[in-house]
Write a protein that binds this ligand. Structure first.
Ligand code: CA
Length: 424
């Protein structure tokens, strides 16, 4: 396991800090004085990359890569520049390294922004969003709840990472409020559906992979891994009652279209490299085009918290990305088998990640077992699904030797449904 790379920014070296020099995650921020721009988190500071480029300390290409408030231009510049940029950041921030930044107080004050004073924005323009279903414990739990325990996994599940095409238009950054959706609900005791706000609104604990290199035809799993730029936490908000009525036979549609929240910092593949871990042993041999050439999952500790309005947060669940049956690279390779072109900025959700234990489940649907077993939050408060005013937080950390690669929390507060949208 690799060790902490020390920075001259002292608090970046603290073991509890999520953003040491090993991490260098990419986000977009603004302050009262600065319009939105690309930044890199280091300790409790954000490095203003646009200002750094303007000061001549980062020159990677003949044209500017950071004059827009998104990271798509760096992704489009190609993977050799991804590495060159990270190397340059390390040169500028490493303890005892080049002093053009550390030794220049005026420049330091200009390009290092106190993170507490910054607001975070969407780090990329999402091209398209696809959501997979690659957590075996989750798929088994949901299959058991919906169809019974005999055959919880569909027959294709052990052969391909199944998924559906979601909506890029409703992907939002952490901190954005989520309004409870309306939709068609049909309970078993009635013959016809009603149109009403969802009563079974839920989260899904996922990791999102961001495609950084476009492709135009089928690619191998190894090529797919090379094409991934980085990872975020992803909450695929899900209206279970809308889903249960609409999903036959084409899968989720409006149940998942309200919003998808991502964490604000893109964690690069380079930062996660020491944490690679293989997918679990195959229960059925995969066809050759989906076999992993090397470990392509990551050891990332994941958690979910729920905070009711005006109350303390309660930890609901803890699990690990290593519980997935398929890696993001396998999902991306499968996505291209038909010849489907993939674009810079495509976002792929892994599917809900649940461990095998009860307190390792990544959705309230599973934690409350379809609403039948309320989750105790203490002080006489319990939940089956999300109530208005609840704030849901996903967190993720890869734990190194004396340091951590933190993801930055993925937060969303659920607010009450609008009044009937057709009464106007
Ligand atoms: Ca999902």
């Amino acid at each position: 396991m690799s060790r902490l790379i020390r920075s001259w920014i002292e608090n970046a070296n603290y073991a509890a800090n999520p953003f040491p020099l090993n991490n260098l995650p990419y986000g977009v921020f603004s302050t009262e004085d600065l319009d939105p721009r690309c930044g890199v988190a280091i300790g409790d500071q954000i490095l203003d990359v646009r200002a750094l480029e303007e000061a001549g300390l980062v020159r990677l290409a003949s044209k500017s890569l950071f004059d827009q408030a998104i990271w798509n231009p760096l992704m489009e510049a190609g993977s050799s520049l991804w590495s060159a940029f990270r190397m340059r950041l390390i040169e500028l921030l490493i303890e005892g390294g080049e002093t053009s930044l550390s030794g220049n107080k005026e420049l330091r004050n200009r390009v290092l922004i106190n993170a507490a004073s910054a607001q975070l924005h969407m780090p990329i323009k999402v091209a398209e969003y696809t959501d997979f279903y690659s957590g075996k414990n989750h798929a088994t739990n949901v299959g058991t709840l919906l169809r019974g325990p005999e055959n919880p996994l569909p027959p294709n599940w052990l052969h391909i990472p199944i998924g559906y095409n979601g909506r890029a238009s409703s992907v939002v950054v952490s901190g954005t409020d989520i309004q409870r959706p309306w939709g068609q609900l049909k309970s078993p005791e009635f013959d016809t559906p009603i149109f009403a706000p969802s009563r079974r609104f839920d989260i899904e604990l996922e990791v999102g992979a961001i495609v950084g290199t476009a492709s135009t035809g089928p690619i191998t799993v190894a090529e797919a891994d090379n094409n991934i730029f980085g990872y975020v936490l992803l909450n695929d908000w899900s209206a279970r009652d809308i889903q249960a009525w609409e999903y036959h036979p084409l899968g989720p549609f409006q149940a998942k279209a309200t919003a998808t929240t991502i964490s604000p910092w893109i964690i690069t593949k380079a930062a996660l490299e020491p944490f690679r871990t293989p997918t679990p042993e195959r229960e059925k041999n995969l066809l050759p085009h989906l076999v992993e050439p090397r470990p392509l999952l990551y050891n990332i500790v994941l958690g979910v918290e729920l905070k009711p309005e005006g109350a303390e947060a309660t930890k609901l669940s803890a699990t690990n990305m290593d519980q997935l049956y398929y890696s993001s690279a396998q999902q991306l390779a499968h996505h291209t088998t038909s010849g489907c072109p993939m674009s810079v900025g495509d976002l792929l959700g892994t599917g809900t990640i649940s461990g095998s234990g009860k307190e390792e489940r990544g959705s309230l649907l599973e934690l409350s077992w379809g609403g039948k077993e309320p989750i105790d939050l203490g002080n006489g408060v319990s939940r089956t699904f999300i109530e208005d005013g609840d704030t849901l937080t996903l967190c993720g950390n890869a734990l190194g030797d004396g340091y951590r690669i933190g993801f930055g929390d993925c937060i969303g507060k659920v607010v009450a449904a609008a009044s009937d949208p057709y009464q106007r």
